[in-house]
Design a protein around this ligand. Structure first.
Ligand SMILES: O=C(O)CCC(=O)C(=O)O
Ligand SMILES: [Fe+2]
Length: 301
């Protein structure tokens, strides 16, 4: 039901891999991807690094709380994001990092390119997370080339749009589902991702569910070294609906869980208007609007 794709085969234009990507992109909107440049050991290191951060005392994490900076870099406390207006704010915590631009780059004035915030603890956080950020971007770009090929576009159709990507790496921490949680409380409520492609690593524990067309939910999980991919709203617009942005959620259960999505968003000025039309939709404007709707610290301003 959810295609499983060998990334090296996709890179080599193996017909079965290209067809699996076509099915994923135009059908369920999700796939798992394995045989990438990122090993399971690398992903485990990243997950444990986030875990150490999330286990710090709340008072220490407060120093990095993004509600204080108004950007989306640093720690997001439980209840700080509401992805579904009909549900309560999510009970997950998260930590966001983005592209590192040189101090004299004027793009840093824009909140989507704001400077990163790095915690002091664990001490290796900055080096582990920033190198994973760069490696994961490389993997995401290879996946996108395969997506382009699978829908009959040139393999490099998306390359130019990702020169200074608003790519955001997030560590999500879901504690076990709180006792007080009711029907409107979720680890992360039902939503579609905002950007083009999400490359998601998880600690292997269950929780993520994908909405089935026609109703119902499909559970999906991936051990470190295998990634879940899915497509976001900008990709659906850009491809004029051919590639699907599929809603998903985490209700949460007894198990604690960590997941690490890379939201591979294009450069601010990339036109993600439907290909082959003259409609203009600026990626940066779409993203800023969605952040304003969902980050509690931005929409309450
Ligand atoms: O934790 C997961 O598996 C999914 C997280 C997610 O959908 C998101 O952060 O957008
Ligand atoms: Fe998501």
């Amino acid at each position: 039901m959810i295609p499983s794709i060998d990334l090296q085969a996709l890179r080599a234009s193996d017909p079965a891999a290209v067809e699996a990507m076509h099915d994923a992109a135009t059908g369920v909107g999700f796939a798992t991807v394995h045989n990438t440049a990122l090993s399971g050991a690398r992903v485990k290191e990243v997950i444990e690094c986030y875990r150490s951060f999330f286990k710090l005392p709340e008072a220490e994490k407060q120093a990095y709380n993004m509600a204080n900076t108004g950007s989306n870099r640093g720690w997001g406390a439980a209840g700080s994001e509401q992805v579904d207006p009909d549900a309560n704010p999510d009970y997950k915590q998260y930590f966001d990092s983005g592209v590192s631009l040189p101090a004299d780059n004027p793009l840093r004035e824009m909140s989507v390119y704001a400077p990163n915030v790095w915690p002091q603890n664990p001490p290796a956080f900055k080096s582990i997370i920033s190198s994973y950020y760069n490696e994961a971007r490389g993997v995401a770009m290879s996946v996108l080339r395969g997506v382009a090929q699978s829908i009959g576009a040139p393999r490099d159709a998306f390359d130019e749009g990702f020169e200074t990507p608003m790519a955001l790496l997030r560590g999500n921490y879901y504690p076990s589902r709180p006792d007080w949680a009711g029907a409107k409380d979720f680890g992360i409520a039902t939503h579609t991702d905002y950007g083009c492609l999400t490359l998601l690593a998880t600690d292997g524990s269950p929780g993520l569910e994908v909405r089935k067309r026609g109703g119902g939910w499909i559970p999906i999980s991936a051990e470190p070294g295998t990634f879940v991919i899915n497509f976001g709203e900008m990709m659906e617009v850009w491809t004029d609906g051919r590639v699907r942005a599929t809603p998903h959620r985490v209700v949460g259960g007894l198990n604690e869980r960590i997941s690490v999505p890379l939201f591979f968003n294009p450069s601010h000025d990339t036109n993600v208007g439907p290909m082959g039309t003259d409609q203009v939709v600026l990626a940066g404007e779409h993203l800023a609007a969605r952040y304003e709707e969902t980050y509690v610290h931005l929409n309450k301003k």
